[in-house]
Design a protein around this ligand. Structure first.
Ligand code: MRU
Length: 364
């Protein structure tokens, strides 16, 4: 998608420099910085410390991480060490394991000499597939938006709420939750997006608002706790979020706070959709609350906030009293019963085992 009129992906291979490049998302929206990741350690740090984040992008970054790491050591032990290092970086997004398993499976039978090139080819495949999948999610999600728009007086926007950033910076391109928004916007359907700020790291305020702004999509940032009130007042036509891991039964793990939005949506009769590429489905799990590992991140993400001061400097300040401890579970699980539908690249599934199997019959 575009940044100041120029098309970017969140990760790409720069053939001129023979390097993998990313947008370092820690600095957004204040600073647009591109950095190269040049060895296994840098890839691991970039994922763990959230220079890149969002389930699909974590998967694509891991795939490129394997390729770059194998250019240093393509032996069996090098491959194992790469897998073991990257798999430890973040626990909730299943796309990480999906990508690493895919590369490990394909590279194990390949000779050491051929592995680096083959790994790069596979990483490109993972990235390209993600773009295609997210475009399809947008096409299917567009049908939901069109249906709601058709029931409104001409010219009135479809008002959607989203949580966290499931936009193009969370994927290779298009985003998942934002893809229907971009498709609707491009189709000339008026929309307005309520953007949850998404404490503690503010992915909504820092990333979703930023990317929608660069595309001219009308939006308003709200405090995380405002969504329920807006739903009661009839200001939200639908919610659409992303997910880091969805069980085979349709339970959905996503950024902390998603569950509360789903509860409020349920109470107010607002449809609650989750957009997801199929690599985000963990077909081995049945009970999301019991089985999905929830990442616990540093206290400092809660006790501190980063922003730009009046003189233009980006600074981090403490907002919690000295000595008060903080807890920081990074995700929560929304049970399938609260999810109106799962928007996938193959269409919209009911959030249930049967619903998913109808779209993915090869998993029966
Ligand atoms: O901690 P983050 O920023 O990686 O969390 C991201 C989310 O929760 C997204 O909603 C999810 O990964 C889906 S991205 C298409």
């Amino acid at each position: 998608m575009k940044v100041q009129g120029t098309h970017y992906r969140s990760i790409w291979y720069d053939y001129k420099d023979c390097q993998v490049k990313i947008i370092d998302q820690r600095w957004l929206p204040h600073d647009f910085r591109i950095v190269a990741l040049t060895n296994l350690n840098e890839f691991a740090v970039a994922i763990r410390d959230m220079w890149v984040r969002g389930a699909p992008l974590i998967g694509a970054t891991a795939a490129y991480g394997v390729a770059i790491s194998l250019s240093d050591d393509a032996s069996d032990s090098g491959l194992k060490n790469t897998y073991d290092t990257l798999i430890e970086t973040r626990p909730t997004a299943i796309n990480l394991k999906w990508a690493l398993d895919r590369l490990l499976g394909a590279l194990t039978p390949v000779s050491e000499d051929e592995r680096p090139l083959k790994a790069l080819e596979l990483a490109h495949q993972v990235a390209e597939e993600d773009v295609g999948i997210n475009k399809k999610i947008g096409e299917h999600g567009l049908e939901i938006v069109k249906k709601i728009a058709s029931k409104k007086p001409a010219g009135e926007p479809v008002r959607m709420l989203t949580h966290c950033n499931a936009g193009w910076p969370a994927t290779v391109d298009w985003g998942t939750a934002t893809s229907p928004m971009y498709h609707a916007h491009e189709a000339g359907i008026p929309i307005h997006v309520w953007v949850d700020e998404t404490r503690p790291r503010n992915q909504g305020a820092s990333l979703t608002a930023w990317e929608l702004g660069h595309h001219g999509v009308p939006h308003t940032v709200i405090a995380d706790n405002a969504g329920g009130h807006l739903m009661q007042k009839g200001e939200i036509d639908l919610c659409i979020t992303g997910t880091d891991r969805t069980t085979a039964t349709g339970d959905v793990a996503n950024k902390i706070g998603t569950y509360l939005k789903a509860l409020a949506a349920h109470d107010n009769g607002v449809p609650f959709y989750v957009a997801l590429p199929s690599p985000t489905i963990d077909w081995t799990l049945r009970d999301g609350i019991a089985e999905i590992p929830i990442e616990e991140r540093a206290e400092s993400e809660v006790t501190k906030m980063t922003g730009r001061t009046a003189d233009g400097a980006v600074e981090t300040i403490r907002i919690v009293a000295d000595g008060s401890p903080a807890a920081n579970p990074a995700f929560d699980v929304t049970p399938a019963r609260l999810v109106t539908g799962l928007v996938t690249e193959r269409g919209i599934a009911e959030a249930s085992r049967e619903g998913l199997l109808e779209l993915f019959p090869e998993r029966r």
